[in-house]
Write a protein that binds this ligand. Structure first.
Ligand SMILES: Cc1cc2nc3c(=O)[nH]c(=O)nc-3n(C[C@H](O)[C@H](O)[C@H](O)COP(=O)(O)OP(=O)(O)OC[C@H]3O[C@@H](n4cnc5c(N)ncnc54)[C@H](O)[C@@H]3O)c2cc1C
Ligand SMILES: NC(=O)c1ccc[n+]([C@@H]2O[C@H](COP(=O)([O-])OP(=O)(O)OC[C@H]3O[C@@H](n4cnc5c(N)ncnc54)[C@H](O)[C@@H]3O)[C@@H](O)[C@H]2O)c1
Length: 486
């Protein structure tokens, strides 16, 4: 199927300017992949982008944050290896780190990603996309010109999220950082207050403390990384404190203000905190507020609820893929959804049957049962599937098996004074793993082994035959299985 332009003599107010099989709104990692998969299956596709092709992930999230964190984690590893003191004794060269970060953010230019979109045969429309009723999208360009696109088969909303800031007195005047400033700042602040103990808060506190800022991390709950096993947040907090950060739990910001000396935060214990910058890492909200959702009977500003084929509840043509559907706010998981959505849209358009059963090719089953995540703190905190508490809450009969990673030869070799822990959550009725957590330096690359075990529902008895190499950190698998077998 190819792109069809409408007759130039058609009435502009009613007829679309362009018609495609699929129209994708948002060219982040997810939108790019929906369009690519639909094209690969033989459909014509257009993609609409209001900022940079590549989305949040490429310019203000995954890539720049990991470029900032890489040298910090490498230095922490090197400091645990006798013989490297002369190379690692001093502070990081923050200028060099920031310059490398800039290059990983492509200097905030999207030429190469736009070229890639072009190479897939997807047509890029630059401007703000809005639904204008069923299967219609208007694109408002920077100069105000409006183009109307029609979709024969599907519209896929892939508009991601933006930072959610609490409504506090003095917020606007304090000019707080969000994740965008935290990943693109051109200088290391002297004193940085970070509000929020989730993934962004923990990673950015690690990065900027490592780059020379004096970080104060303010967490309103009892600990960091509350979505993971409790020991993950405990180990990360312990390490941040050892690196010199001030980590405070059970504390909330009630107001803030900025003057020539910086930002003053008022805390709920009555005290104040001075900083040069304050980062609010307090979660995300969907970019659905100005998307024309009201024209198709949906509430503007809401997360979009979808089924396992990524189709919006109650619609036969509207899809929502990636962060904006709130299933798993992760690039890799959004791209997994995108591969499914692109091929499902094509199958429905071409009248092919779908395989939507659990773990079927056309069902995003992993969103429920096997979401992997690596938090790039020191130590790295990684998990897939359910925590013990989540498994129990879901009604499974489970047993948690724990191991101290310091006792594994590969971990001890990785860094002196290694601190880390592993847990597997075993479903006692099926003898498979429901979840695995590894926390420790260098465990990020281990997570895929756990993801395969969880998504593959590999029986524990068979895992016994997956022998880890000696002396790697992966040997923790053997220790966990030995402990389980008693
Ligand atoms: C600091 C930070 C670090 C992160 N690190 C990681 C990590 O290490 N690993 C990981 O897996 N995930 C990470 N994430 C999460 C990851 O960034 C998101 O899951 C991912 O970007 C979601 O992709 P998406 O395509 O759904 O949305 P986005 O990347 O947000 O892309 C959406 C695109 O849609 C465009 N858009 C929005 N509305 C419109 C409109 N109306 N018209 C036209 N275009 C529109 C936007 O401009 C944007 O380009 C991180 C997030 C943050 C904030
Ligand atoms: N390495 C990675 O995989 C990675 C890195 C960064 C972000 N991400 C993704 O991006 C998403 C967003 O991350 P995030 O850290 O912004 O959100 P989050 O939901 O993980 O954490 C937000 C934290 O802020 C706290 N909070 C909310 N309102 C608050 C308030 N008013 N005052 C104090 N604390 C408040 C919450 O209790 C929570 O702990 C996450 O879902 C994560 O998956 C992933």
């Amino acid at each position: 199927m190819t792109q069809a332009r409408t007759d130039d003599t058609a009435t502009p107010a009613k007829a679309p300017d362009h018609t495609y099989d699929v129209v994708v709104v948002g060219a982040g990692p997810v939108g790019e992949n929906v369009a690519d998969r639909a094209r690969a299956a033989g459909l014509s596709a257009a993609i609409v982008e209001s900022e940079l092709v590549g989305g949040e992930c490429s310019y203000w999230a995954c890539m720049p944050s990991k470029a900032l964190l890489g040298p910090v984690l490498a230095q922490a590893d090197a400091r645990g290896l006798p013989g490297l003191e002369r190379m690692t004794g001093g502070p990081l060269d923050s200028g060099a780190v920031l310059a490398r970060r800039d290059s990983f953010a492509s200097d905030w230019k999207d030429d190469s990603q736009a070229e890639w979109v072009d190479s897939t045969g997807t047509v890029l429309h630059r401007g703000h996309g809005r639904l204008a009723g069923e299967r219609r999208v208007t694109v408002t360009a920077e100069d105000g010109r409006v183009t109307t696109l029609a979709a024969r088969h599907a519209v896929a909303l892939c508009t991601g999220t933006s930072a959610a800031l609490p409504d506090l007195p003095g917020m606007a005047g304090a000019r707080p950082w969000t994740s965008r400033e935290a990943t693109s700042a051109e200088e290391v602040p002297g004193r940085l207050a970070v509000v929020g103990g989730g993934v962004v808060g923990a990673e950015m506190a690690t990065a900027w403390q490592g780059l020379g800022a004096q970080v104060t991390l303010l967490v309103r709950g009892g600990g960091l990384l509350s979505g993971m096993e409790p020991f993950a947040g405990e180990l990360v907090a312990e390490s941040l404190r050892a690196a010199g950060a001030d980590v405070r739990t059970g504390v909330s910001v009630t107001a803030l203000s900025r003057d020539a000396c910086g930002v003053t935060l008022t805390l709920d214990d009555g005290s104040t905190l001075q900083a040069d910058e304050v980062l609010f890492a307090t979660g995300r909200r969907p970019r659905t507020g100005d998307l024309g959702l009201d024209t198709v009977g949906l509430a503007p500003g809401d997360w979009l609820t979808v089924d396992d084929t990524l189709r919006v509840t109650g619609s036969d043509w509207l899809y929502a893929v990636g962060d904006c559907n709130h299933r798993a706010l992760l690039t890799h998981q959004g791209k997994y959804q995108a591969r499914i959505a692109g091929s499902v849209i094509a199958a429905r358009a071409q009248g092919r049957p779908l395989d939507t059963g659990r773990w079927g090719a056309d069902s995003a089953t992993a969103d429920h049962d096997a979401v992997p995540q690596v938090v790039f703190t020191d130590p790295e905190a990684t998990s897939v599937g359910l925590t013990l508490a989540q498994a129990e809450e879901a009604g499974h009969r489970v047993r948690a098996v724990d191991q101290d990673l310091a006792g594994v030869a590969g971990a001890a070799l990785h860094r002196d004074g290694y601190r880390g822990r592993a847990r597997m959550v075993v479903d006692l009725d099926r003898e498979i793993l429901l979840g695995v957590t590894f926390v420790g330096p260098g465990v990020g690359e281990l997570l895929q082994s756990a993801t395969i075990a969880v998504a593959g529902e590999v029986p524990v008895a068979r895992l016994w035959h997956a022998v880890p190499s000696y002396p790697t950190i992966s040997e923790v698998w053997l220790r966990l299985l030995e402990a389980y077998r008693g």
